[in-house]
Design a protein around this ligand. Structure first.
Ligand SMILES: [Mg+2]
Ligand SMILES: [Zn+2]
Length: 209
């Protein structure tokens, strides 16, 4: 089975533009191309998983997304790399009264769908993101997680280290790493993967503080 690195889009793979609907406003994160080339060279599939509640909110039409993701793909191809799939949730948050769904992160729906469609072993996969829902998505999918300090990552770092669940995971040894940016995240994954083959799972948590 394949291994994947799941990538949050806004604030992780590309610069965060709230409710981005204009392809010309897409900017890759600094070092994004280099990071993805590195992850690709480690044999990972690259899968974007993004919450796009702007669709449910009526801020833009779902048909705008292929153009935006086409622009992301175009910028990545200029960097010599591509992603294997884009998955998005078009729904709104149930806590704001939108109908519930199985795909809005932190629900694991997009990860499960990707694992079925692309043959991904979630337990041997990773998630990189900048928000608490990305971390919870990783936990719900059984992936390892790297928080990036881009987008809203620094704020998340403060919030997440106070999560009771994270303290639990610390005890159980679930991996939670913090990286300055996507390039550093790729470095952590590379390091952890080489440690994995050497030690068969002897990971330690990198304290977010
Ligand atoms: Mg994000
Ligand atoms: Zn959804």
């Amino acid at each position: 089975m394949a291994r994947a690195v799941f990538l949050d889009r806004d604030g992780t793979l590309i610069e965060n533009v709230p409710y981005l609907s204009d392809p010309s406003a897409v900017r890759l994160s600094a070092s994004g191309g280099e990071a993805l080339r590195r992850l690709r060279s480690l044999g990972f599939l690259l899968v974007v998983v993004t919450n796009q509640s702007g669709i449910a909110r009526g801020f833009f039409d779902e048909t705008a997304l292929p153009e935006i993701h086409g622009r992301v793909a175009e910028l990545l191809s200029l960097e010599g790399v591509s992603v294997d799939a884009f998955y998005h949730c078009p729904h709104g948050p149930s806590e704001e009264g939108f109908p519930g769904c199985q795909c809005r992160k932190p629900a694991p729906g997009m990860g499960i769908r990707a694992s079925e469609e692309l043959g991904i072993d979630l337990r041997r996969s990773w998630m990189i993101g900048d928000a608490p829902c990305d971390y919870e998505f990783a936990v719900n999918c059984g992936c390892r997680f790297v928080l990036v300090r881009t987008g809203r990552g620094k704020e998340t770092e403060r919030e997440i280290s106070a999560f009771p669940a994270v303290r639990e995971d610390e005890k159980s040894g679930t991996m939670f790493f913090v990286a300055e940016d996507l390039r550093a995240a790729a470095g952590i994954i590379e390091q952890a993967e080489s440690g994995f083959s050497a030690e068969r799972g002897g990971f330690s948590l990198i304290d977010p503080s």
